[in-house]
Ligand binder design. Structure first.
Ligand code: INI
Length: 154
């Protein structure tokens, strides 16, 4: 039987930082709510959750890097929303954000989860922020718990 490693979804004792962009805040605050809901429903305590807000998706990588390398957290969630329709420099903001968030995780060696919506329209963003069903903030919280618990076993 091969040895199999997998993280479970118990958040007890985990310390999680949420880095949230204020740009498109009506959407992003729904992601923050979804993330906190996901974390607390999986036994992460209120004391174990820190929310840090920055101006926009462009600033998320640096904030994530600081949070991730502080030694104070088991995982970091990057939450933001970049909408193509309103953003002539969409590709630049979205690509740099994705690259920088990934680098923050690699440099710090803890999970830094990409919960940034990149959509063509506000309506698409609303759907993914829980206006109908499914919330990418909640999904990001699940990925953070699973990865934190997986990495403890590796
Ligand atoms: N920031 C976002 O998070 N989403 C966007 O859609 C967006 N648009 O449209 O430009 C955006 N811009 C701001 C950017 O992230 C920085 O905060 C700003 O350029 C200052 O560095």
């Amino acid at each position: 039987m091969p040895r199999s490693l997998a993280g479970d979804f118990s958040g007890q004792g985990l310390r999680v930082a949420i880095a949230a962009a204020r740009f498109n805040s009506a959407i992003v605050e729904r992601l923050v709510d979804g993330a906190i809901d996901g974390l607390t429903r999986h036994q992460v305590s209120d004391d174990g959750i820190t929310v840090a807000r920055c101006p926009g998706a462009w600033e998320l990588p640096l904030l994530c890097q600081r949070l991730a390398s502080s030694g104070n957290y088991d995982a970091v969630l990057a939450l933001g929303c970049v909408i193509r329709g309103d953003t002539p420099h969409f590709e630049m903001v979205a690509n740099e954000c994705a690259k920088g968030v990934a680098q923050a995780g690699m440099a710090a060696g803890i999970p830094v989860i990409f919960g940034v919506l990149t959509t063509d329209t506000v309506e698409q963003a609303e759907v993914r922020a829980g206006i109908k069903a499914g919330n990418k903030g909640f999904d990001a919280a699940m990925a953070a718990i699973e990865m934190s618990n997986l990495l403890k076993q590796v």
